[in-house]
Design a protein around this ligand. Structure first.
Ligand code: XMP
Length: 515
């Protein structure tokens, strides 16, 4: 296993994902994590990430001495390289032009890290890389040699082959760096000697053993939402503890079209998981009556979920554990904070305020996994890929896609319109090209002519976006023909809708959801 010390770069999680993709387990710790833990963790190699600060400023973060006391290879990336240079007596200067974007690196002196690594043109010793830095190393410490440069920056990589310390100024973790993955794989496998054991099948076996050891013969409760994470937890726990697992699935009436039936068909009928389905649509619509403010709706939906979940769990007498679909990005400690995010409870369908009095222990088998790993083990566990690779769906569901007051009649129209849209996206191959796509119900009536009669009916808006992190997003340039087909189908198949519009706003300033 590998340890990544995070100096606060936006790319740190990418480093971890690339290494995991190479089949090697790694964890991200904040740079100021208790250094005494490093020896106990016993990493086979350590990576120092990039970071937003300048090593030239007093009080800027440094790698703890324990990093260099482990006698394992160390790779510094960007800030990580700079602080390593400083700590061993080299020189870093700021005030140069900020370099951001693509650059071509000349490998001047092959080292174990860069040897034979070349870009897609197969032309060593040049690499197309991604840079993002203001400071630069201007003198390498004793024992190090300069291994690569660009036309404008003389030192972009350094190595001390004896101690196996390496530094690169560019970012091998971003996909713009050609062979970046190969470089990271070279470090963790060849230089650190890690084997590629982190595979979907191994993760599953390992988690099954851990869950069994944790819960023994006790009963475990899980809130199944139909989303990817809780679905994978259900499949995994079912495999680990069989009918000691009980799932509660709350059908809020605000889910995707026929989602409740699909969840039951998949888990209860097909896999034989114990699932208690609670048909709570009427309770939700009653609670939401007359409420049109989005945050108020969210609170009601969240609170009702907790209430119902509690009622159901109170009926089960032997449950000792609560399973959750917490994933690694929810728990990674943030750099610069002593306290970290030690234990964040998922806000999505928040089961956090739950049965205090029941004194349930937490079972979180996805706690160490990134979303792409969760998906891979989901497929390995036999869940259908179309379910595991679904677009995200917000916890409050259609409750925030029906603008203003939520009514059963609106929810039904919207769920059907959404299903038509998704169906056409899948058929045309656009589903996987978009990150999230859905329909929105606009409670405004517009005039239309249906047959010979004037109709006065509702409007459906379509939204499809492309995004990597959901913080910013572009609207998807869906073909006009596709939009036309979706519009025709919605208007023809759904009584009550006479107009369909397409949302062409980016985020920012618009958000992805309409509420
Ligand atoms: P926005 O609308 O903020 O959405 O651009 C970004 C992402 O978050 C999802 N989203 C939510 N998910 N509960 C959730 O679980 C919510 O209240 C909520 N609001 C937005 C949204 O679907 C998108 O993926």
């Amino acid at each position: 296993k590998i340890l990544i010390l995070d100096f606060g770069a936006q790319y740190t999680q990418l480093i971890a994902r690339r290494i995991r993709e190479a089949g090697v387990y790694c964890e991200i710790w904040a740079w100021d994590h208790n250094p005494a833990d490093i020896a106990a963790y016993a990493p086979k190699g350590i990576i120092l990430s990039g970071g937003p600060e300048s090593t030239t400023e007093a009080g800027s973060p440094r790698a703890p001495q324990e990093v260099f006391a482990q006698n394992v290879p160390v790779l510094g990336i960007c800030y990580g390289m700079q602080t390593m240079a400083m700590q061993f007596g080299g020189l870093v200067e700021s005030g140069h032009h900020r370099e951001f974007g693509a650059a071509v690196v000349n490998v001047d002196r092959p080292c174990a890290l860069l040897e034979g690594i070349n870009d897609a043109t197969g032309q060593p010793p040049r690499l197309n890389v991604w840079m993002s830095h203001g400071d630069r190393v201007t003198r390498v410490p004793d024992g190090f040699t300069v291994t690569a440069s660009t036309d404008t920056v003389p030192i972009v990589a350094m190595a001390d082959e004896r101690r196996r310390y390496y530094g690169v100024q560019f970012h091998p973790e971003v996909t713009h760096t050609q062979s970046g993955e190969a470089l990271l794989a070279r470090f963790v496998k060849d230089i650190c000697g890690c084997r590629a054991l982190w595979t979907a099948a191994n993760i599953i076996d390992d988690q099954i053993a851990r869950v069994r050891a944790q819960v023994g013969d006790d009963e475990v409760l899980l809130g199944l939402s139909g989303g990817v994470d809780s679905s994978v937890v259900a499949a995994l726990l079912h495999k680990a503890i069989g009918d000691k697992l009980t799932c509660v699935f709350v059908d809020t009436g605000l889910l995707r079209w026929q989602e409740g039936d699909q969840v039951m068909a998949m888990f209860a009928e097909h896999m034989g998981v114990k699932v208690i389905r609670v048909n709570a649509a009427e309770r939700y619509f009653a609670a939401l009556k007359g409420v049109d403010e989005p945050e108020a709706k969210r609170k009601i939906i969240g609170r009702l979920f907790v209430e119902i979940f509690e009622e159901e769990s109170a009926k089960l007498s032997n449950v000792k554990w609560l399973a959750q679909g917490t994933i690694y990005p929810d728990v990674i400690e943030s750099a610069g904070s002593k306290t970290g995010k030690a234990h964040v409870i998922k806000s999505h369908h928040n089961v956090g305020g739950l049965p205090e009095h029941m004194k349930l222990g937490l079972v979180e088998p996805l706690r160490e996994l990134f979303k792409d790993e969760v998906r891979r083990i989901g497929v390995e566990l036999g869940l259908p890929p179309h379910m595991v690779y679904r677009h995200p769906f917000p916890g409050p569901g259609l409750g925030v896609r029906i603008l203003g007051e939520v009514k059963a009649e609106y929810a039904e129209l919207l769920a059907k319109a959404d299903a038509i849209f998704i169906d056409e996206l899948r058929k045309s191959g656009w589903y996987d090209k978009t990150s999230q796509a859905f329909a929105v119900f606009l409670p405004v009536k517009s005039v239309g002519v249906v047959g010979d009669a004037r109709a006065y009916e509702w409007v459906i808006a379509l939204r499809a976006v492309e995004t990597v992190d959901f913080m910013t997003a572009h609207w998807a340039h869906l073909p006009y023909e596709l939009l036309g087909t979706v519009s025709n189908r919605i208007i023809n198949e759904l009584k009550g809708v006479s107009r369909v519009v397409y949302d062409i706003s980016g985020k920012p300033p618009a958000t992805i959801e309409w509420e």
